[in-house]
Design a protein around this ligand. Structure first.
Ligand code: C2E
Ligand code: CA
Ligand code: CA
Length: 517
């Protein structure tokens, strides 16, 4: 991912990180307020059911008592007893006695006219037949409920059944199972009540919160417009807002931290290592005497996802400092094998020089990895040269043992950038080396008209004394090449011959320079 995409992604994630937790808290506040309100409505509905059950029990008790009356029916005694029970039992408006399905007398006295016994809507477990809505002649449009036990019935005002105290904003309804409204408080809409009864026990119906409670044959429904709870939603929101803000801040912090990490040079390099974003270019090394290509140095490049190549001196120091270099060395080894396996097997005179980092030289960890990479490839260990710079010789003993081991395995070892470090001859003698690469800065001093650095011939002589092969680095002019050849320098590498190039070009280059290969 390139920088702009990382930034855009980070901004989007940070925005989501800010919005989502706060929106979630707002939603949670709403849910909590709704739940609290449902509990309250539930309480009112249950109270209405309890109230209705008490009224039913009172009426049932009165009906049982009158049923036990043994005197003559519709006698003055009987009527007085019915009247007394009517007065003493709070919900009862009137008590009546039926014979052959017709009302014969009531608590008000003998009846005139034909009042037929009502058909019950349901019967309670105590055997009380309930007719939910009847309209007695006297009641002027007001509906009453009739409860009958054997020959007696009582008329009850359904309002008595919802005789509970509720908050002004809450509507309460008592209805039969089929949705017929028996009693109501604060004017609920009968059609909505019917709809609610058919549904679940509690919930939200459009703009109405509701809760129901079921009792003997009836259902109590408590409703409340959702607008009523906005206040408590706000209160809940204020309580939860700090938590949402904290979560948002945390998420934004994490996004910023992650994106900064990704955008930092080290973060980018870590990703590059993980995603194997490296390729290797090969710079031919030629034999000065013949001009033959004798091999190449493997030079790593970081290929960015946008296709651009990053030079190694821009990332190798950071890789060395952070320890990522060892992973890069391993990837270079794997790529050299992948790129040039066939070429190296076809031409045994070719070698590839791989640059080792100071860590590789100090710990020798790279050798088993190299050994494993070469297994089953047909590439001979002596076809792989290892280049180590003086920076790798901080701990001279471990460096020496790494180099000894490398040679035991069959590799050739070259000292790289020779002359640029501060150490010199004294330690060179004690190191197991095969070749010495003279740094470009010394080759640069070779020119036709000015005096060649007095150091360069010394380095050449010294290498010869130590019986090391010499590779001159950074040869750019024919004059330099001529000078080096005249001094019996074996090999050279530089733009005069070829620049570092991709594997395919290097393979073609080898064939062209050395057609027999
Ligand atoms: P080096 O090992 O001294 O590699 C030689 C560098 O000199 C290369 O630069 C090469 O492109 C450049 N060069 C060769 N001939 C000429 C020339 O005629 N003129 C000029 N001006 N330059 C020339 P490059 O590829 O940029 O590599 C720079 C350094 O990065 C290398 O210096 C080496 O120290 C390091 N490096 C490259 N690849 C690796 C690797 O795989 N592992 C490690 N640890 N370091 C690497
Ligand atoms: Ca090198
Ligand atoms: Ca070098």
């Amino acid at each position: 991912m390139d920088r702009s995409r990382i930034i855009v992604t980070a901004v989007v994630l940070a925005m989501l990180g800010a919005i989502v937790p706060i929106a979630a808290m707002f939603h949670l506040a709403w849910l909590q307020a709704v739940q609290k309100e449902h509990e309250r409505l539930q309480l009112f509905a249950s109270r209405a059911i309890a109230r209705a059950d008490i009224s039913l029990n009172d009426a049932t008790a009165a009906l049982r008592q009158i049923d036990q009356f043994t005197g003559v029916r519709c006698s003055a005694d009987h009527i007085a007893r019915m009247r007394q029970l009517t007065i003493n039992t709070r919900p009862i408006e009137e008590m009546g006695y039926f014979e052959n399905g017709l009302l014969k007398c009531s608590s008000w006295g003998p009846t005139e006219g034909r009042v037929v016994q009502s058909t019950p809507d349901f019967t309670t477990k105590d055997g009380i037949a309930v007719t939910a809505r009847i309209q007695p002649v006297m009641s002027e449009g007001h509906f009453l409920m009739a409860l009958r036990y054997r020959d007696h019935n009582v008329l009850v005002d359904p309002v008595r059944f919802v005789d509970v105290i509720v908050d002004p904003g809450i509507q309460l309804a008592l209805a039969t199972q089929s949705g017929m409204l028996l009693g109501a408080l604060n004017g609920p809409d009968p059609a909505r009540i019917k709809k609610i009864i058919a549904g679940p026990g509690e919930g939200i119906d459009d703009d109405l919160l509701f809760a129901t409670a079921r009792g003997t044959g009836w259902i109590a429904v408590a409703t409340e417009p959702t607008s009523q709870i906005l206040g408590s939603v706000r209160k809940q929101q204020l309580l939860l807002l700090p938590l949402g803000a904290f979560m948002a801040a945390f998420i934004i912090g994490v996004v910023v931290w992650l994106s900064r990490r990704r955008l930092s040079p080290l973060g980018e390099l870590q990703i590059a290592v993980r995603k194997h974003e490296f390729i290797v270019h090969y710079q031919p090394i030629v034999e000065l005497r013949t001009g033959n290509c004798i091999g190449a140095e493997a030079l790593v490049r970081w290929k960015r996802p946008n296709g651009s190549l990053v030079r190694p001196d821009l990332f190798i120091p950071l890789a060395e400092e952070s320890g990522l270099i060892t992973a890069i060395t391993d990837q270079v080894i794997a790529m050299v094998v992948f790129d040039l396996n066939s070429l190296l097997v076809a031409d045994r005179s070719l070698h590839i020089a791989i640059n080792l980092s100071a860590t590789d030289v100090g710990t020798a960890r790279v050798l088993p990895i190299l050994e494993k990479a070469l297994q089953h490839t047909g590439i001979r260990p002596r076809q792989i040269w290892l280049e180590a710079t003086e920076r790798g010789f901080v701990d001279i003993n471990s460096a020496r043992s790494t180099l000894v081991r490398a040679r035991e395995l069959g590799h050739a070892v070259a000292i790289d950038d020779f002359g640029t470090g501060y150490s010199s001859l004294s330690y060179l003698e004690g190191l197991p080396l095969d070749a010495l690469k003279i740094d470009k800065s010394f080759i640069d001093t070779i020119s036709t008209n000015s005096a060649t650095s007095s150091v360069t011939p010394h380095i050449i002589d010294m290498a010869k004394t130590l019986k090391l092969k010499i590779v001159a680095e950074g040869v750019e002019t024919q004059a330099q090449a001529d000078y080096l050849e005249a001094r019996d320098v074996d090999y050279a590498q530089g733009w005069l011959f070829a620049r570092p190039m991709p594997a395919s070009e290097f393979i073609a280059y080898c064939r062209q320079v050395k057609p027999t290969a």
